[in-house]
Design a protein. Structure first.
Lengths: 57, 181
């Protein structure tokens, strides 16, 4: 659970999948056709003040 | 009338130890122990117990019980006659800072869609989307809310909000979601 999956949302933001167990078990939770990246949890900002302004890059 | 078995076939599969008071019932050509009954009348079955009818356990059931989930419709009740139903999925997560799942059941992940906006993803989908969502947030301000917004068989989306002075999405450090069907 030290990794996260990110993908772009339809409104230009970014969604972050937080796995309950192994990262492999939640690959199904990525919307079909969306590009995605697997990143370290430490790379996700902890300050969520501007969370809705985050973008997928 | 079937053909009578000889005495060795009838006696050999059952063994009784008068010292330990343990009885074993054996099966198969190799005399594998199928059932062991100890001095306290506890029986241990080596294989699988198949019961076509109902099971009555007035003394309670200890340990895990597995069954045919596709036909099991309700749990027996501890008291009264109203049926009881268990949660089909549940999760407790922290929606602040580094969003993380504290514990869960039948949940593969949650998706952080933004401030106060999450999707709960089920490991095994529910039979339909007509389930009940129960949730809570760790805030005793009555101006805060928990709302399921989109129910599907594989996911459910929830938002956590404050409504004072205006309705807006807010993160909370403890968010719980339970799904009943």
């Amino acid at each position: 659970m030290t990794q996260r999956i990110i993908y772009p949302t339809d409104d230009g933001g970014v969604a972050i999948i937080v796995p309950a167990g192994a990262i492999e078990d939640c690959m199904k939770d990525i919307p079909e056709g969306k590009p995605y990246k697997i990143i370290d949890t430490a790379d996700v900002p902890t300050d969520r003040t501007f969370r809705d302004a985050w973008e997928y890059a | 009338m079937g053909k009578a078995k000889n005495l060795s076939q009838l006696v050999r599969p059952i063994e009784y130890d008068s010292t330990t008071n343990i009885t074993t019932i054996k099966s198969g050509a190799s005399d594998t122990t199928a059932v062991t009954i100890d001095a306290s009348q506890n029986a241990t079955l080596a294989g699988t117990l198949t019961v076509p009818g109902a099971i009555s356990a007035s003394g309670g059931v200890v340990g895990a019980v597995t069954g045919n989930a596709s036909t099991a419709t309700a749990l027996s009740t501890a008291s009264g006659s109203a049926p009881s139903y268990s949660a089909r999925a549940w999760v407790n997560f922290n929606g602040t800072g580094t969003v993380a799942i504290n514990a869960s059941g039948n949940v593969s992940s949650i998706t952080d869609n933004g401030v106060g906006n999450y999707t709960v993803n089920f490991t095994t989908a529910l039979p339909d989307a007509n389930y009940a969502v129960v949730g809570s947030i760790n805030n005793n301000n009555s101006s805060c809310g928990f709302t399921p917004t989109a129910l599907a068989t594989g996911t459910t989306r929830i938002v956590t909000t404050t409504v004072n002075p205006t309705t807006s999405y807010v993160d909370f450090s403890i968010v719980t979601v339970s799904i009943f069907r």
